[in-house]
Structure formats: C-alpha cells, structure tokens
Ligand binder design. Structure first.
Ligand SMILES: Nc1nc2c(ncn2[C@@H]2O[C@H](COP(=O)(O)OP(=O)(O)OP(=O)(O)O)[C@@H](O)[C@H]2O)c(=O)[nH]1
Length: 472
C-alpha cells in the first residue's frame, strides 16, 4: 500500500542519510589522521632542509659572493702581502658571517686562516689539494677533507685584473657539528641521510655503518636499500616503493643540491603505528557501518511489523473484519492513478431497522457481521468487499465490465436471500439486500462512482428491494 511504500522510501532515505553521516565521519577521521601524519612528517623533514641550508648552502653562497667581490685580490696579488691585515680581514669575516674563510696565495705560497695558528706554507706534501686544484680546469671545487677533523672545503680560484691565477679563496666547514645534528635528528625522528656526490659516491651519511672514509668511498650502488628502488621516482624526488632498511620499511626521498652537484637521499621509516591506526580506523568505520546497517534492519523489521499491524487495523472494519471505507478510498485512489477501469456495487440490507426492532441490536450486528463474511467469500481475489457504514457495503471490482458486475450482483443477491443468518443459539433470520451497480473506464473520484451506484441502489429500493439495478 501507499503508506508502506512511503515508509520504505522514507526509511531508505534515512538509511542513506545515516550511511552518508557514517562515511563523512570516517572521512573526516581519516583525513585528520592523514593530516596529523603528514604534519608529523613535515615536522620531521623541515630540520633537514634547515640543516642543509644553514650548514652547507649558506657558506657556499657566502664564499661564492666573497670570491666574486674580489675582496681578497689585494692580498693575493702581492708577493709580500700584509699578513696582519689578512688576519684581521679573515677574523672579521668569521665573526660577522660565522664561516671559516681562508685564502691561499700563489705569490706568497701560503695559506691563511682566521686562526693564524692554522696558517701554513703551500707545499706538495702538506697542501697537495692546492696543486691539484691549480692544475685542474675547474674554477670551483667542493672537496671533503679529513686532516684533523672531517671538513668540507669550498674552493674558488682567484684571478687578478690581468686574468692571472693568484690563488684560492674558500671556506672550511667542519662537518662535526653537522654530523652531530644528523645524529640528533636520526635519534629523534629515526631517519637517515645519504649525501651523494657527482660520481655517485657516498660523501656523508647519518648511517654510521656507511660513513665515508676518505680513502675508500662507498658507491651508491653498493647500498642495498638503493638497489631495491624502482628505476624511476614516482614523482620528482619521491620513490614509489618502500625499501627494507635496517629491518624496517622506509620511504625514500631524493633531494638534489645543484649548487654542490650533490644529491641527498632521505630514508624515512614508514610509520607502522600510523598504518595500523589507519587500519584500525577503517575497521572501526566498517564496524560502525555494520552496526548502523544491523540497527536499521532491526528498526525496519519492527517498524514494518508494527506498520503492517497498524495498517491492518487502519483499513479493517472492526465489526465484520473485512475492509473498511478508508481502504476503499485508498484503493480507488490507486486505481485512478493507474487508470484502471472499475465496477462498484453498493449493497444495502432491506428493512434492516425491523431486524433491530424485532430481534435487538446485537442480532442486527450479527447479521451485518455474517453478511460481511458472505460478501467477502463470494468475491474474486482481485475484488474487494468492504463495509461502507451501518448496514451498507461496497464491492469494488477492478477491470470488470458493467455486464459482468451486474451478474456478480445478481448472484450475490440470490446468495444473501438464501442465507440463514444466525442471530442466537438455534435462532436465525433471513434478510434480503438491494444492489446498485455502476461501472466506469474513466473516473475522477470515488464519490463519482458512489454517486452513480447510489442512484442505482435507490432505484432498486424504490422498485421493491431485493433487486439489482445498474447505472453507468
Ligand atoms: N444493529 C445495527 N444496526 C445498525 C447499524 N448501523 C445502522 N443500523 C441501523 O440500520 C437501520 C437503517 O435503517 P434505514 O436507513 O431506515 O433503512 P432500512 O430499515 O434498512 O430500510 P431500507 O434501507 O429502506 O430497506 C437503522 O435502524 C440503523 O439504526 C449497526 O451497526 N448495527
């Protein structure tokens, strides 16, 4: 019936709404979790960039700027430079720029540092790098040195105004503090770094096992985690696959350092906890969804049961147990909407007042009740017998022609007249009924049909009762 289908529609909507709410909740929970995870990773990565920028790129730029500005040229272009002035200048730069700047004079054959105790003569034995660099074609070099402590040297060739080579300016970066920082991040966030030079050798790493020894350098290809990488990054710098590193899954990021012609690989431990909490969250989401589904089904089951019980009561006549007027109204509405032709028969017990008067009201009720059963049992499955009110009944016969319904009415009339109506133990009465028949292919309301049937019924009563009359 319509109210049931309406209920189902509403319920489906409610169910969809609930599913939507659960999905939205799961989405927000997961996105907040992913957000937290990515914020944590960003937080972990940010210091790496700061470190690289502060400890490597900044000194590199400063050294380059000093070289370009020819600030050391007056000292380098002289065979007997003012060493005290050089010392003051280097100390001033170290204080203001926090970079250990040095110069190596080709004319004086001496290397000068801010700390004059480090000053030394340029000889093949003590400063072989200088002679190698002087002979090389490159104007800039970045080399790792390990004289007293692990240091990185940034060297720039210096030329005078005539274009003659006069020496080298540069900076020595102690990598000790750099490595200490690495270690701290490694302990705090659990990731490792690999600095790789142009020749694909490991220059620096936070992984002590692969820490470079200047004599024998580890090639990138020798690293097992690198060999596990798929050939190309998924997007620039990010490799799609996880690698097994130190017994854990790691994500690999690659960061180019074009200024140094180096690359940095960062190995981030894949957050197992986040993954398992994501899985747990999904499980929770699915559980909530299932609970909602079960809850909805239980509600649906009980509501349907209640609603069908309620509908039964709503559309059933209390006295006879057959359909009531409300049901006929609803059914007719459906038939009108579906444009189904219908016959309608009004049945009215003749002289019913006298039954009441002669046998009492209870007897009258029993007659009405029995007649309801008689009419209902005589109907086809697709037809409906309903109590219209009082001692009047209505029969609705869908897809039935006028002639057929006249025949049905006549058959019923005879059946009623032949029925013994039991009104008390061993006592029965006989009644007759009058029938008003109408049929319509097209009709706009139940009232139209009832009006025509009522006219036919009136005619049957007028013509002497216990008759069938039709009007269409
Ligand atoms: N027992 C009983 N009587 C009812 C019920 N509903 C209506 N009646 C009675 O039915 C009678 C109907 O009387 P009328 O409308 O005068 O018609 P009639 O006596 O049937 O005579 P005609 O219809 O002209 O043949 C009234 O006396 C009502 O009180 C009911 O539910 N139970």
């Amino acid at each position: 019936m319509r109210s049931i289908s309406q209920f189902r529609r509403n319920f489906t909507l409610l169910f969809l709404l609930l599913s939507l709410i659960v999905s939205a909740l799961a989405y927000f929970a997961i996105s907040s979790m992913v957000g937290t995870q990515s914020r944590q990773q960003q937080k972990a990565i940010a210091p790496v960039f700061n470190l690289i920028d502060h400890k490597l790129l900044r000194p590199l730029h400063i050294t380059h700027a000093l070289s370009e500005s020819n600030v050391f040229l007056p000292y380098l272009d002289s065979a007997k430079p003012d060493e005290a002035a050089i010392q003051r200048e280097l100390q001033r730069l170290q204080t203001s720029l926090k970079v250990n700047v040095f110069i190596a004079s080709d004319k004086a054959m001496r290397q000068y540092f801010a700390n004059d105790e480090e000053n030394r003569a340029l000889t093949e034995q003590t400063t072989a790098w200088y002679f190698r660099f002087k002979e090389s074609e490159a104007d800039v070099q970045v080399v790792l040195g390990n004289q007293e402590r692990l240091s990185l040297y940034l060297d720039y060739k210096e030329y005078n105004h005539k274009g003659e080579f006069v020496g080298v300016s540069g900076a020595a970066l102690s990598l000790e503090s750099f490595m200490q920082e690495f270690e701290r991040y490694q302990q705090q966030y659990g990731y490792d770094f690999y600095f790789i030079d142009e020749q694909n050798n490991v220059l620096l790493t936070s992984d002590s096992g692969s820490q470079p020894k200047l004599a024998e350098r580890t090639g990138l290809d020798q690293l097992t985690w690198y060999r596990q990488l798929s050939s190309a990054p998924l997007i620039k710098g990010v490799y799609s696959n996880l690698v097994d590193y130190k017994g854990k899954e790691h994500l690999v990021l690659e960061l180019p350092l074009p200024q140094l012609k180096w690359r940095v690989f960062i190995l981030l431990p894949f957050d197992e906890q986040a993954r398992s909490s994501a899985v747990n969250l999904w499980r929770l989401g699915i559980l909530i969804f299932l609970v909602v589904v079960v809850l909805c089904l239980v509600i649906l089951f009980f509501t349907e049961r209640y609603s069908s019980h309620y509908e039964k009561r709503l559309f059933t006549d209390g006295m006879t147990g057959i359909a009531n007027r409300r049901y006929i109204e609803r059914l007719t509405q459906d038939l009108i909407e579906q444009k189904i032709p219908v016959s309608l028969i009004l049945v009215d017990i003749d002289h019913f007042k006298s039954v009441n008067d002669n046998y009492g009201h209870n007897a009258g009720d029993k007659v009405i009740k029995t007649l309801g059963g008689v009419l209902k049992d005589a109907m086809r499955d697709q037809d409906v017998a309903a109590r219209w009110g009082g001692e009047e009944f209505v029969l609705l016969l869908p897809k039935t022609s006028y002639a057929q319904s006249m025949k049905v009415a006549e058959r019923l009339r005879k059946q009623v007249a032949e029925t013994e109506f039991n009104i008390a133990d061993g006592q029965s009465v006989r009644v007759t009924a009058s029938f008003g028949v109408t049929q319509a292919d097209y009709y706009e309301s139940l009232a139209d049909l009832v009006h025509l049937a009522d006219r036919a019924l009136y005619s049957a009563k007028h013509k002497g009762r216990n008759r069938v009359e039709g009007h269409c």
